[in-house]
Design a protein around this ligand. Sequence first.
Ligand SMILES: *[C@@H]1O[C@H](CO)[C@@H](O)[C@H](O)[C@H]1NC(C)=O
Ligand SMILES: *[C@@H]1O[C@H](CO)[C@@H](O)[C@H](O)[C@H]1NC(C)=O
Length: 400
Amino acid sequence: MRTENRVLCSLIFFLTFFIAFNVVNGEDPYRFFTWKVTSGPIYPMGIRQQGILINGQFPGPKIDTVTNDNLIISVYNYLTEPFLITWNGIQQRRNSWQDGVYGTNCPIPPGKNFTYALQMKDQIGSFFYFPSLGMHKAAGGFGGINIYSRPRIPVPFPHPAGDFTLLAGDWFKRSPRAILDSGHNLPFPDGLLINGQGWNGNTFTVNQGQTYRFRISNVGLATSINFRIQGHTMKLIEVEGSHTLQSMYTSLDIHLGQSYSVLVTANQRPWDYYITVSSRFTKPVLTTTAILHYSNSWGKVSGPPPGGPTVQIDSSLSQARSIRWNLTASGPRPNPQGSYHYGMIKPSRTIRLANNAPVINGNKDMRLTGVFGVGSIPDSPTWGSGYLKTSVMHADFRSY
Ligand SMILES: *[C@@H]1O[C@H](CO)[C@@H](O)[C@H](O)[C@H]1NC(C)=O
Ligand SMILES: *[C@@H]1O[C@H](CO)[C@@H](O)[C@H](O)[C@H]1NC(C)=O
């Protein structure tokens, strides 16, 4: 009898809790966006190029959002060819058909529109979006996505005095699409850009003594980059939605598609300093700069920008290994981020993937070999000749 009562009590307690929680929580907020995608002139390297603009902007508008927000983004395609946007790093829980890649999303035909409905469910951090079809990314159409923590969730660092987004990466003066379509490899890039601009095209103004968050993404097509700020160190705080152990770095390698957040304190004498991005593992080394400007600055940048690592691989690997999750910091929820003991999980299967560049229908095509067909992934690459098919990985819930 007593046990039964206790069971009943806890049941009622749980039900009350459940209902109260749901009522109090309500529905998560909505944010609405209307994006007009057009083709227009841009001059990122001093010469006129045909770029992809979103609401007339290159790079596209930044999305500022909060954990669990619903984003309703209506994309109107005014280009003369099909267009899709993918949301790099957004998890799309139970929502994979909004991911904007060919195969799960139909391209938006020219002159038509499509409304993406995305939820930033249980996510925080720095990400970016980019066009996923036809090498459009080489012409623009990308932009930053910042998911801020909900107001009451503790963040493992003091609120920064400012929050800057830097979309950096390699750039081609001539669209590489025609070159790939003629069966050739991607050429060497012509330069690097920061937020769509070349040398000293961007200025980030800071107040002496204050600390700022810089979110840096590599939005390029071909090269890893190294990021550094003359005379300043960076405290790494977040990598793609996870708070990290807060180590100091004088420079950071950022590989294609990655996003990092660092805190930088303006603790040097009031001056202007180079923010430098250079290509990694390439010869020659491409470099571009922006300006870190102290509001009370006494002088402009002069001389060459500070050098950084170039072709060395070991330092890059050890840096990557130094980046760790802070398992006790909060993530999108107040609880610690990690409770998985990854090192102790026994792998049940190992799949080796290889990238390859076969020529298909006369076009150069970059893809993974041996990933085609539902449930037919071999353990090792098959190295066969290439053919086109949608890649589908057969996996059960939590089996990977
Ligand atoms: C947007 O697309 C819908 C159909 O998907 C269509 O009914 C509507 O007219 C379109 N709007 C514009 C302005 O083209
Ligand atoms: C991890 O996060 C906790 C909680 O914010 C913080 O107290 C701790 O100093 C962090 N550890 C490191 C090494 O960054």
